[in-house]
Design a protein around this ligand. Structure first.
Ligand code: HEC
Length: 120
């Protein structure tokens, strides 16, 4: 019993710290810069989000379509969507990483989508 407790508590602590391990407040950066397009919930159902046809970032399959480097580059350097330049933030790298980490935490499906019907 005691050993189970000892294993569980550190894991919970690591998880709590991991969401804010960049020294920057990801939620604050996200709220100030990203909500107008991606939405407070990450679903992208804002006026801007709908116009730009932003995918639902609460879905694991969205996150699985790019890696951390690509996400960082897209936010820092910007991307072109429907002929319009979006993102491209001149903010400290740590703020970018923290806001992406916060956005990632908005996922409601944490496990990669296991689509058994598509498997051959
Ligand atoms: C002007 C609207 C707009 C704002 C503001 C915005 N984004 Fe985006 N973002 C987009 C669009 C459009 C895409 C492409 C959507 C898609 O792939 O469905 C995108 C894609 C992304 C991606 C995926 C990148 C990839 O490689 O596909 C990440 C991560 C992201 N945004 C994070 C952020 C963060 C963090 C912020 C705030 C610092 C932010 N965005 C602010 C419009 C915006």
């Amino acid at each position: 019993m005691k050993s189970i407790l000892l294993l569980t508590i550190p894991a919970a602590l690591v998880f709590a710290v991991a969401t804010n391990s960049f020294g920057a407040d990801g939620k604050a950066v996200y709220t100030a810069n990203c909500v107008k397009c991606h939405g407070a919930d990450g679903k992208g159902q804002t006026k801007m989000g709908k116009r730009l046809e932003i995918r639902d970032f609460t879905k694991a399959e969205t996150w699985n379509s790019f890696d951390d480097d690509e996400a960082f580059k897209a936010v820092k350097d910007g991307i072109t969507r429907n002929g319009e330049k979006v993102m491209g933030y001149k903010m400290p790298d740590d703020d970018i990483k923290a806001s992406i980490a916060y956005m990632k935490s908005l996922q409601t499906t944490n496990a990669p989508a296991a689509d058994s019907t598509a498997a051959k």
